[in-house]
Design a protein around this ligand. Structure first.
Ligand SMILES: [Zn+2]
Ligand SMILES: [Zn+2]
Length: 343
């Protein structure tokens, strides 16, 4: 919270409602009068103090934006997907580690430790890459965009600046994103030039985690809910309905939900990886794929380096491993430089 400052008005009277201001030096501070509390105070001030003393001061209160506000998605559907993913990552890790693993291996035995190490490596990498995905600046704000429209550049009427080739404006993020691929609803953020690497490694580890979880709990789940027949499949994909109908217990519902979700995640991430690796190999973005443009295709190895950086073979170990990207996100090599020079 910002520091409290008591303001005195020219009339010399104190306004008990409007005089309190939460001052903030942060340029990203949200006007407090836009919040529910701010609007209520504004109404109270107008109703009581304007009548009593004629004070016409508009209540403008500001509060400091909290550090985590920039990380949380603004769109409700993104927010729901974001929360669901974070919660389920915790639930699945706890289920595999504390329910399934002790049934197969004695605590602290060699295989127990190997599974804990592999599981933690995947889980921590998922969170670390997710964190880097949402905190990396995907715009060209710090580069300073030229005031003159260069060849191949375009003017963005929303941002009111010239955007480089392959940059596109995102209506949700409300900014122009360098080499924009798409807006990820789970991250509530656009995937572009600077965070594509984290997105792909995140997708890879989520896929590996889904394979691991499905294989690992397969035997336990089959014992708990029976072999894969019609009713079992129905319980897996409609656990709430089957629970209501009395075909399964609360624990059976939980197991079915976890198993159904793991299978769904495996299908989803397999499709996602297949699609994304395909467009990286062709040197495209999702937008260019729709338009069937392949002017930036430099061969599969160079295309991978454009996403994962010079040290692409180290990028998978941990997101903070340095792997500089070629260029700054405003200039891209073309497959046919002579033809594309003045486009
Ligand atoms: Zn824009
Ligand atoms: Zn976006």
């Amino acid at each position: 919270m910002g520091s409290m400052i008591l303001q005195k008005y020219t009339r010399g009277k104190k306004c008990f409602i409007a005089s309190w201001s939460l001052a903030s030096s942060s340029p990203t501070a949200t006007p407090y009068s836009q919040s529910f509390l701010g609007r209520t105070l504004e109404r109270l001030h107008r109703f009581f103090h304007f009548r009593a003393s004629g004070c016409q001061k508009t209540l403008i209160m500001e509060r400091k934006s909290r550090w985590f506000e920039g990380l949380i998605p603004r769109k409700p559907s993104d927010y729901a997907a974001f929360v669901f993913m974070i919660v389920m990552l915790w639930v699945i890790a706890i289920f595999e580690l504390f329910v399934v693993l002790p049934l197969y291996h004695a605590p602290f035995s060699t295989w127990y430790c190997i599974h804990v190490f592999c599981g933690l490596f995947l889980w921590l990498n998922v969170f670390a890459n997710f964190f880097m995905l949402i905190t990396t600046d995907t715009t060209g704000k710090n580069l300073g965009m030229p005031s003159v429209l260069k060849p191949g550049w375009s003017y963005c009427p929303y941002c009111q600046l010239n955007a480089p080739p392959r940059a596109h404006h995102c209506q949700v993020c409300n900014e122009c994103v360098l080499k924009r691929d798409h807006h990820c609803i789970f991250a509530g953020k656009c995937v572009g030039f600077r965070n594509y690497r984290y997105y792909m490694i995140l997708a890879l580890y989520l896929w590996l985690g889904a394979v691991y979880a499905n294989v690992f709990h397969h035997e336990y789940v089959t014992e708990e809910i029976g072999s894969f027949g019609f009713w079992t499949l129905l319980t897996l994909f409609t656990p709430i309905l089957m629970w209501f109908l009395g075909y399964t217990t609360v624990y059976g519902f939980f197991i079915s939900f976890m198993t159904g979700l793991s299978i769904f995640a495996l299908i989803l991430f397999s499709g996602l990886l297949f699609f994304q690796v395909g467009i990286i190999v062709r040197g495209q973005t999702s937008h260019e794929r729709k338009k069937k443009k392949r002017e930036y295709d430099l061969g599969w190895k160079q295309n991978f380096q454009e996403v994962f950086g010079d040290k692409w073979y180290l990028a998978w170990i941990w997101p903070t491993m340095s792997s500089p990207l070629p260029g700054d996100g405003t200039n891209y090599k073309k497959s046919y430089p002579q033809e594309g020079k003045d486009l």
